[in-house]
Ligand binder design. Structure first.
Ligand SMILES: [Zn+2]
Length: 280
């Protein structure tokens, strides 16, 4: 019996710290960011050693704000053979930005990442999957800034996310720009979240495993999975004043997640977005 599915899935990590999460934005002012001790460096190092143990590679969608302060993190990502990509500079939802500000933010991040890496960075993921029907101009900005793929759509019904009716698998959203959505499973005319985030922490691991395997076998497609460095860090300080829903989403099953991700890494084959989807 084959231990692994032969399909290589794409593993992605959104490199930001716990206090930069969109749902926590109402409770932590941006001006405070510089004064809060970062945990992202330690958490990325843990992830890099998990990947090394499993001989897996991944794509790291990294905030310009983090790269500027922790260039060593970026270098270690590259040294591990992983793909460096952009999560924008300041973690603003695209839906909260004007076209000009969005363009400035994605250009700034690309410049910082490329300066550190000494190579081109051409993947992008919008904070909180915030590209939808109301701001499709964001795709034009991505092309204008020199990006070649985006993974900014999670086609599920969610109070913060954009496009439940978007295609479930990679599509050319503009000539020269691919959109590679986070993976969903199609069941009873609904897209079921399958590609990570809070859902992965919430669901029992065997359910997540079954859903990803179903996409590999039934749809015969690689999955696009994502998580954050703070999701393997149960020791992170609790954000004061956050509402019950945001607290639940952020903290549920944090203490089990590193173990679940380790199982996920060993049960499937994982690679970088550019290699899995763009034939790099
Ligand atoms: Zn983010």
């Amino acid at each position: 019996m084959l231990q692994h599915s032969p399909i290589v899935n794409a593993l992605t990590i959104d490199v930001e710290d716990y206090f930069q999460v969109s749902a926590m934005a109402p409770y932590i002012a941006r001006e405070q960011w510089d004064a809060i001790p970062c945990r992202v460096e330690r958490n990325v190092d843990v992830i890099l050693s998990m990947l090394e143990k499993q001989r897996a590679t991944a794509t790291f969608f990294t905030l310009g704000w983090i790269a500027e302060r922790y260039p060593g993190v970026v270098r270690r990502i590259l040294e591990g053979g992983h793909e460096l990509a952009s999560h924008g500079y300041g973690h603003h939802r695209a839906t909260d930005q004007s076209r000009a500000h969005f363009l400035e933010d994605i250009r700034r991040a690309k410049g910082i990442l490329e300066d550190i890496a000494g190579r081109e960075v051409y993947g992008y993921r919008a904070p909180s999957f915030s590209i939808g029907h109301a701001n499709l101009w964001a795709f034009d900005c991505l092309l204008e800034a020199g990006y070649r793929y985006s993974s900014s759509v999670y086609p599920v019904k969610h109070d913060h996310y954009g496009m439940p009716d978007a295609p479930r698998f990679p599509f050319e959203v503009r000539p020269g720009l691919m959109e590679i959505p986070v993976t969903t499973s199609r069941m009873m005319n609904t897209n079921v979240p399958t590609g990570g985030g809070g859902y992965f922490r919430l669901l029992p691991y065997p359910v997540s495993k079954w859903l990803i395997r179903r996409v590999n076998r039934l749809d015969r497609k690689p999955a696009m999975f994502y998580f954050h460095p703070w999701e393997i860090d149960p020791g992170q300080p609790r954000v004061r004043g956050a509402d019950a829903k945001s607290r639940f989403r952020h903290y549920v099953n944090l203490h089990r997640n590193e173990d679940k991700l380790t199982r996920l890494l060993s049960d499937f084959r994982w690679g970088r977005v550019d290699q899995v989807f763009l034939g790099a």
